[in-house]
Write a protein that binds this ligand. Sequence first.
Ligand code: FES
Ligand SMILES: [Fe+2]
Length: 341
Amino acid sequence: MTDTLDAAAYTDTAIARDERRLIFANNWALFGPEHELASPGDYVAQSVNGWPIVVLRDRDGALRAFHNVCRHRAAALFDEGAGACKAKITCPYHGWSYELDGRLALAPRFGEKLDPEEMGLLALRVEVWRGCIFVCVDPDTPDLLTWLGSVPAFCAPYPETPAFTYRGAFTVEGKANWKTYCDNTVEGYHLPFVHERLSQAVEGASVEIRGHDDHRLVCFHVGYRGDGAELRGDSGLWFYRYPGFQAVIGPTGFKAERIEPVGAGALRSKSWAWYGDDLGEQETADAFAWAEAIVHEDLGICEAVQRNLEAGAYNTGKLSPAMEEHTAAFQALVRQDLAQS
Ligand code: FES
Ligand SMILES: [Fe+2]
């Protein structure tokens, strides 16, 4: 039997700051679908784990990722959202401009010559897997494929993303620490209580949860009642890759989710979904709406937990060795990563 993390781990802003530095900077983060950046100049700007980031398609066809911050006095170069750059990236504050590869092009009326490389945009790493862009802040983290570990092998039986049609994205924000949500993500204990429709469709006895890659990967191998028709858009393998990447992949679709902290007491979950054409319009719409409903169900219970973690009566609880082995392993990873400071 293991004690849960202390309540302070879910409420303390200093711990949340350490987690960005010691956990989120060192891991790859799902950014979004690559097809949104089809042509040179196309860009998407959004905040990821607290870093405003832009990913764009350079003229040579390469993807580039930069911190969305001007090197002059830190203005945001892009509003959040998608668009197409003109020939250069121009800062809306004093008009500095940058090439699409990040080099400083012009600092108008500055009065002194600046080195274009030295004063270029701050780059991040960017790679693509199964039609999804990932970014990483830390230069020393292993490449994306190494970081994904066993994930590609588990996904190999299922169609590649271009075989599916992109359905869209949804974002859910909630007042809960990101760990409240991930504690919940890696256990099936709550399924019959929190997800009525999901637990009706799933054979309780055949949900097998396994940890891989030093428990940084948790896979749910789910058996469905009958032919699984209830869940066609969501059937297959569910997996969680520490700290903030979750996905469902199967013969009829692929859904990828980024879970990220927004300070100590809030999180954002953003999901992108693709479905096979054979699923039909109605089934696709239903699967998409249901996927969002599941996130809301999880977040609802997590917000109630968070309120109590903040209230002060509860400090630690106990994790079931039978039902919450993977939550215990997740919390051990957090403890281990935070101990690096
Ligand atoms: S902050 Fe960008 S030009 Fe001044
Ligand atoms: Fe859940």
